[in-house]
Design a binder for this molecule. Sequence first.
Ligand code: NAD
Length: 523
Amino acid sequence: MSASPETPVETPDRSAFPEPSVVVVRNPADDTVVGTVPDMTATEVADLAARLRAAQPAWEALGPEGRKVHLLRWLDWIVDNKEHILGLVHREAGKSWGDAQIELLVAVEVINYYAKNGARFLADETPSPHNVSAITKRLRLIRRPYQLVGIITPWNYPLAMPMMDVPGALMAGAAVMTKPSEVTPLAWAEVVRGWNEEIGAPPVLGLASGLGPTGAAVVDEVDMVQFTGSTATGRRIGVRAAERLIPASLELGGKDAMVVLADADLDRAVDGAVWGGLFNAGQSCIAVERVYVEAPVYDEFVERLVNAVDRIRVGHDAQGSFDADYGAMANEQQMGIVERQVADALERGARALTGGRRLAKGLFFPPTVLVDVDHSMLAMTEETFGPLLPVMKVADEDEAVRLANDSPYGLAGSIWTSDAERGLRVGRRIETGGMNVNNAMTNVFQFPLPMGGWKSSGLGHRFGGAYGIRKYCRQQAFVSERVHLKKEIHWYPNTRRKAQVTDKALRLLGMHDWRRRLGRAAK
Ligand code: NAD
């Protein structure tokens, strides 16, 4: 569940769950059972790790072009089976059918991007020697994958979350152990089954299903971990990774600010707030979580926003029907966070202009516009992960920037203005890993750009560009001799003569005596 950066995370105690060890997955919209997955023990995770490691060398040996073939076959299989896979996404997360569709889009785009560019991003580099003293050296930077990468993901996008990470790691040549959220593991389990049973791919993609302890066991087995989830769990994983001396890339929570300046196109800003704040019931790390509006347009923006959210249809529509805009909250805990934040805001003097109470049936929360809010309220400071749009009036852009930066989080955000230069200027002042002008959440889908959070929103970058594949590799500095010399000048024995030559060369090349002499002559 989402939590503030300071909240210590409780890893669920395995003994609290009865044998046999399965995780039962329920549709939060109607509480029906959608399926089960094994709750894997640490021993089972270790066995899986051993099998994945055994398969990895042959996978790496295929080279990027060979690996690309399997990734593209997988993509075809996923698209051919999209009704089935998205059906699982739809039911296990209680989403609207429309919101489930974007998950396939991410899968298609990320696989294609890394399949197309993988060979180029992984190619050896041959930089020139840095100065004449190294002129006899041939330099090569070689990228070799970590043998086993662990990818741990949350529940909000059961297919899209692992799909942001797995294609890059597989293209790098690593074997990959995935750990989907226990709340929504079914669609991903099916996609991993597709890799292993349907397309003739080598067994380098594994599924470690289970609760928190299974995730901890993954961190204990892998050579590198990519984690997406709450800041509290991420911090715990970072500590364990440090103990094991393995790299950890962490994508964590957010509290993204939307800044509406007085010269913005208000129609677009309102529609952007609705989509950015409510898509997937607001359960996106990069959702619009708070809105700051410049005073001259505040009243008009709020009025239009309330009208727009009142047209949003909340529900769990039938598969294929597109009768709802957004669906259920993922579980009762997430609903509890939203209710607690609304109650806190109302107690402290905020007003809900629409929404504000959960619907009578199912885990649904209506779109809720809160006004008269300030930074004493949880809804403006803690991650919500729900369909709240708290809107605050600001005097000017300086106040908007100050408030936007008044957060432990720094994932993304947006500026709305008709002046592109102003958007750039204001956006640069906001401390976040992503920024959008006149759009919301779109930075994540620009694959040449890095996606990552600053401050308590993360460590490293998750994906995007060459880094999204190189992060799964170790760099080997490879040096060979261009010319055959009997000896290097600095090899033993030490002599006065050699020291004098070295000193002269150093003064000439490294200390730039010639430049100092020229400087004196010019005076
Ligand atoms: P979570 O941190 O509770 O769980 C995420 C995953 O970690 C799950 O698979 C869980 O089983 C596993 N896990 C739990 N304890 C573990 C441990 N000790 N060691 C290893 N793995 C462990 O997060 P959640 O509630 O599933 O997801 C919601 C959070 O995810 C929100 O805070 C949200 O902001 C964040 N999120 C961030 C991004 C991003 O890209 N920045 C994207 C989506 C969600």
